[in-house]
Design a protein around this ligand. Structure first.
Ligand code: FAD
Length: 454
C-alpha cells in the first residue's frame, strides 16, 4: 500500500505504541504515516528484553498481520515457570504458577512472552515501509481551519492529517504543546540493570529459580528483579520455519530480523533508593555500580551476589525513574496521546509498554470505526481517552505501589509484605485472588463484560 503524502492519521514516534497503532490502522485500511526522529530503523538496536503480558499479547495479536505475530511468538522467549517471590537468602516466599498468571489459556495470544526489544521493533516495522519516515523530529503542530492538523518538523517539512497521535514517549513534545500542565515527577528510586549470559557455565551454578522464571527478591532493604530471556528458537530457525508464510505476506524474512538479538540471558534489575549510589549516580561507571550493589548486599545469598558480580559490565547501566501525574479529563479533539507520552510509569510493574500496546489496540479500533463511517471522530476519541485514563492511570498507581515497596518502604512494611506472601502460599483462594490472571494489571481483574468495554 502506498503512503499518501497526507495520511489520515499522523503518528509521531516509532516506538512500541506508535508502531503497533500503525499496524492496526493499516490492517483496518486507514492511511497512516509514522514520523520518527531517529535517522534510521536501526538507530536504536539495543536494549533489554521486554515482558509482554496478556494485554500486550492481545494487542499485538490483533494489530499485527498473522505472519508477523507468529514470527514474534516463535522468536520470543518463554518467561518460564512462573513468578517467584524470594527472600535475599533465596528462601521461597510464594511461587505464582504461569498458569495462574495466564488464566490457564494455552493460546499464545493470551500468554506472556519475553521479547527482545530489538526483534520486537523490527517486527513491528514489518511491512510498514513507505509509511515510516525517519529523521523527522516533530517540533509543533497547528490546527487548520478545516479541522485537520498540521505537524511541523525540524527539517522544515510538514504534513497534514485528520488526526495527530503523539506516541513520542516520556519527553513528548506533542504532550508539552497539547497538555502543558500534564506533569512528570522524578521518583526517589533508581534501577541498575544487567544481563548475565545464559550458557552451560552459568547454568551449572545458577539456582534453578533464577535460570527458570521471573523472580522478585523482597529484602529488608533494596529489591532485585530477575527474568530469563531464553529463546524458543533462534531467529534463523524461526524464520526458516515461517519463511513461506512471511514471504506470502509480502515481507522479506532477512530484513525482518536483521540485527536480531540471538543470545540467552538472565536480566536482572536492582531497585533501590537513589541515595544508595550517591549524588553522582548517573556518572558512575558500570564497575562502580556493580561494586556498590555488592557492598550493600553483603548478607544476601552468594548465588544472588554472583549473578551481579559475574555480569559483563558492558551490559550494566543505571536508569532513573519518572512517573506521570494523573491529568483531569481534557476536551477531546484531533490530537491524541498514547503510551509513555501521557502515562509514563517506573518499570517496577513491567507494564508501561503493555499499556502503550493496549492504547494502540483501542485507539486503532476507535479510528477504524470512524474510517468506516460508524461514528464521528470527536466521539470516538473521547471514548478512547476516558477508558485509557481509567486503565492507564491505574497502571501508573500499581507501578508506583511496587516502586514504593522496593524503594521507600521501611523494614516493617517489607516484613508485613513477606508475611502476606507466605499466607498466600498457604491459602490457594487468597493466592488466586491476589495473583490471578494478569495480576500485574489492576484493571484486568474486572468482569469479562467490564473488560470488553475497555
Ligand atoms: C529498564 C526498563 C525496562 C522496562 N521493561 C518493561 C517491560 O518488561 N514491560 C513493559 O510493558 N514495559 C517495560 N518498560 C516500559 C516501556 O519500555 C515503555 O513504557 C514503552 O517503551 C513506551 O512505549 P511508547 O511507544 O509510548 O514510547 P517509546 O517506546 O519510548 O517510543 C517513543 C518514540 O518516539 C520517538 N520520538 C521522541 N520524540 C520525538 C520527536 N520529537 N519527533 C519524532 N519522534 C520522537 C522516540 O525516538 C521513540 O522512537 C521498561 C522500561 C525501562 C526503562
Amino acid at each position: 500500500m502506498n503512503s499518501p503524502p497526507h495520511p489520515d492519521v499522523i503518528i509521531i514516534g516509532a516506538g512500541l505504541g506508535g508502531l503497533c497503532l500503525a499496524q492496526g490502522l493499516r490492517r483496518a485500511g486507514v492511511s497512516v504515516g509514522v514520523y520518527e526522529r531517529d535517522r534510521s530503523a536501526t538507530d536504536r538496536l539495543q536494549g533489554y528484553r521486554i515482558h509482554i503480558d496478556t494485554d500486550g499479547s492481545r494487542a499485538l495479536h490483533e494489530c499485527l498481520p498473522p505472519a508477523l505475530w507468529r514470527a514474534l511468538v516463535a522468536t520470543a522467549g518463554d518467561p518460564g515457570t512462573g513468578f517467584t517471590f524470594l527472600t535475599e537468602r533465596l528462601a521461597e516466599l510464594l511461587a505464582v504458577d504461569a498458569a495462574l498468571m495466564t488464566g490457564g489459556s494455552a493460546d499464545p495470544a493470551d500468554g506472556h512472552h519475553a521479547v527482545s526489544r530489538i526483534t520486537l521493533r523490527l517486527l513491528l516495522m514489518g511491512g510498514l515501509d513507505d509509511a515510516l519516515h525517519f529523521g523527522k523530529e516533530f517540533e509543533r503542530y497547528e490546527h487548520a481551519a478545516d479541522g485537520r492538523v498540521t505537524a511541523h518538523f525540524a527539517d522544515g517539512t510538514s504534513v497534514t492529517g485528520d488526526v495527530l497521535v503523539g506516541a513520542d514517549g516520556v519527553n513528548s513534545r506533542v504532550r508539552r504543546q497539547y497538555l502543558p500542565h500534564a506533569g512528570r515527577v522524578a521518583t526517589e528510586g533508581v534501577g541498575v540493570g544487567g544481563k548475565l549470559t545464559l550458557d552451560p557455565h552459568t547454568r551449572a551454578w545458577l539456582p534453578s529459580r533464577i535460570a527458570g522464571g521471573l523472580n522478585f527478591v523482597v529484602a529488608p532493604e533494596h529489591a532485585l528483579f530477575t527474568a530469563i530471556f531464553a529463546r524458543r528458537a533462534t531467529s534463523q530457525d524461526a524464520m526458516r520455519e515461517l519463511d513461506a508464510e512471511v514471504r506470502a505476506a509480502g515481507l522479506d524474512p532477512d530484513l525482518l530480523l536483521r540485527g536480531a538479538e540471538d543470545v540467552d540471558y538472565v536480566l536482572w534489575a536492582f531497585i533501590t533508593h537513589r541515595d544508595t549510589f550517591g549524588a553522582d549516580a548517573e556518572a558512575l561507571p558500570a564497575e562502580a555500580l556493580r561494586e556498590r550493589i555488592l557492598a550493600v548486599t553483603g548478607g544476601w545469598h552468594p548465588d544472588l551476589r554472583r549473578v551481579i558480580s559475574d555480569t559483563d559490565p558492558a551490559t550494566v547501566s543505571l536508569f532513573g525513574f519518572r512517573s506521570s501525574v494523573p491529568v483531569p479529563p481534557w476536551p477531546s479533539g484531533p490530537v491524541v496521546l498514547i503510551g509513555d507520552a501521557i502515562h509514563s510509569m517506573p518499570p517496577t510493574g513491567g507494564i508501561g509498554g503493555n499499556t502503550a500496546l493496549r492504547d494502540a489496540q483501542h485507539l486503532s479500533r476507535a479510528l477504524a470505526s470512524v474510517h468506516r463511517g460508524e461514528r464521528a471522530l470527536p466521539d470516538a476519541v473521547r471514548e478512547f481517552e476516558a477508558r485509557m485514563r481509567d486503565y492507564a492511570f491505574a497502571a501508573v498507581r500499581h507501578s508506583m505501589r511496587n516502586h514504593d515497596l522496593a524503594v521507600t518502604s521501611g523494614r516493617l512494611r517489607r516484613l508485613g509484605f513477606r508475611a502476606f506472601l507466605r499466607a498466600c502460599a498457604l491459602l490457594p483462594p487468597m493466592r488466586r485472588r491476589a495473583f490471578g490472571r494478569n495480576w500485574s494489571n489492576p484493571t484486568a481483574s474486572r468482569s469479562p463484560e467490564a473488560r470488553a468495554r475497555i
